[in-house]
Design a protein. Structure first.
Length: 170
């Protein structure tokens, strides 16, 4: 399932990026990602050796803790890390829901385990715009099967390849 999703995301990213660049969109030399949720700590790192599902697949991003009133919680506003184009807004019900945004310089961000999606595919978003509400609590909307508690899964991809988001965040 993870391999299928990975392949679909990579193909969609490549196709849409070519179209947008041909139209003169997603251009520019500025790119400065910001944290998509308030910094409340990192539960799992990029390619984390302690990731509980590592036998299934390599963890391609960061799992960011989401807190409300000091407690781990779903429903924390998720902000676009940079302006861009919403390539995918996948509401999978109780499965893995995510948003994929294309940015300039070949960079894409993915926001996973979201409980509510507030943007639509084909929409351009501004940096810091609220795009979703966090999820991840097992058995809730958007969490999917491979989750351990409330958090936001955050990926950065460069030319379709997942990279360590910490190299791009302040």
């Amino acid at each position: 399932e993870e391999a299928k999703l990975e392949g679909e995301m990579e193909a969609l990213e490549r196709e849409l990026r070519q179209k947008l660049q041909a139209r003169g969109q997603l251009t520019g030399s500025d790119l400065s990602l910001q944290w998509p949720v308030p910094q409340s700590g990192i539960a799992t790192y990029f390619h984390d050796s302690s990731y509980p599902f590592r036998r299934v697949y390599e963890h391609p991003g960061l799992d960011l803790r989401t807190l409300k009133d000091g407690r781990s919680s779903n429903g924390v506003p998720v902000h676009a890390s940079e302006k861009g184009y919403v390539a995918k807004a996948n509401n999978a019900g109780y499965g893995y829901s995510y948003i994929m945004i294309l940015h300039n310089k070949g960079v894409t961000t993915v926001y996973g385990h979201v409980s509510k999606i507030l943007v639509q595919e084909g929409q351009f978003v501004a940096k810091d715009q609220i795009i979703a509400l966090s999820g991840g609590k097992p058995g809730t909307q958007g969490a999917g099967k491979l989750t351990t508690g409330p958090h936001l899964h955050f990926e950065v991809r460069v030319n379709g390849v997942p990279v360590d988001p910490l190299a791009y965040l302040p």
